[in-house]
Write a protein that binds this ligand. Structure first.
Ligand code: SF4
Length: 302
């Protein structure tokens, strides 16, 4: 029998009863529920992680300018800036999360983990974690499986979509996946993994989805960097056995409740928050004019 990803407490109880790890239960779920084979799962994970790494490298190497002009090689500027705020590792983490997300905003190839809008958080985090701790690819892939289990439960109890739950559901969920993956990769136990998820969600609750001009660029790109930072701070706190106090399942329920009560202008409609500012509206107008200018004549209204 395979476990259904409905709650963190159920996930823990299932793994304890069967004496298997968190990532093993995700493999079992994929095999039993989705008819996948273990070999294909590991292959698919390696492919996904390879695309994540390539997105980081592409974003730090190639020109990253979006058509709207809002994205303009920000990751490279951060990576090469001579003044580091905390440490060179922190600077790399931030620039790598920005890099992978900029690739998405510039229409490059990324892994939607869990969504394209949040596609810089896991790559930036895992790339940097692997480099700092000399982890094997296999360990990182285990972390991705733990992240997948976390996402399945968040999807079940709340949402992973900005259009349903605001940005907390997208960048918040990705940060929760990344925090859990970090703790797993560094040898944390199940309680520490789930505590990292709970702390991350507590830090991301209430974040609205307000993309300027409806483009997944501003504030999406910088939110990937801040979410990566929160994932790392939450993992650091959880590894030290500092309790989130509110259990992880209740934190996810709070995320669902906040998402459900959020007004629709904060759910990807580009009608509230930063999208509704004076500058946001001016950019939206300019982008619309650009779009009309590149339309072939026959598609324009008479
Ligand atoms: S602001 Fe909206 S579109 Fe942008 S990353 Fe967040 S949820 Fe996605």
């Amino acid at each position: 029998m395979s476990y259904l990803f409905e709650s963190f407490s159920g996930w823990k109880a299932y793994c304890e009863a069967k004496n298997i790890s968190l990532f093993d239960s995700v493999i079992e779920y994929e095999v039993v529920q989705k008819g996948n084979t273990e070999e294909r799962i590991w292959d698919g994970l390696l492919k996904a992680y390879t695309v994540m790494r390539e997105a980081v490298e592409t974003g730090l190497k190639e020109e990253m300018n979006s058509r709207s002009g809002m994205i303009n090689n920000g990751a490279k500027k951060v990576f090469h800036h001579p003044l580091t705020v905390l440490s060179p590792e922190f600077q790399k983490l931030i620039s790598r999360a920005l890099a992978a997300k900029e690739v998405n905003s510039c229409m490059g190839r990324v892994v939607a983990a869990p969504t394209a809008g949040a596609s810089g958080i896991l790559p930036g985090t895992l790339y940097t974690l692997q480099e700092i701790h000399g982890l094997s690819d296999r360990k990182i892939l285990e972390g991705l499986l733990v992240g997948a289990g976390i996402a399945l439960i968040i999807e079940e109890k709340a949402s992973l979509a900005g259009a349903v739950g605001g940005c907390q559901a997208e960048t918040g969920s990705a940060a929760a996946m990344a925090a859990g993956a970090i703790v797993h990769c560094l040898g944390g136990d199940v309680d520490q993994v789930f505590n990292a998820v709970a702390i991350t969600i507590q830090c991301m609750l209430g974040l609205v989805c307000d993309p300027v001009a409806g483009l997944v660029e501003v504030p999406c790109v910088v939110r990937n960097a801040s979410a990566a930072a929160i994932a790392n701070s939450s993992a650091q706190i959880a590894l030290a056995y500092v309790s989130a106090v509110i259990p992880v399942d209740e934190c996810v329920e709070a995320m669902g409740e906040i998402g459900a009560s959020m007004e629709s202008r904060y759910k990807e409609t580009a009608m509230g928050g930063l999208a509704a500012t004076l500058t946001g509206q001016e950019i939206a107008k300019r982008v619309l004019i650009q779009d009309i200018e590149i339309l072939p004549d026959e598609t324009l209204p008479e």
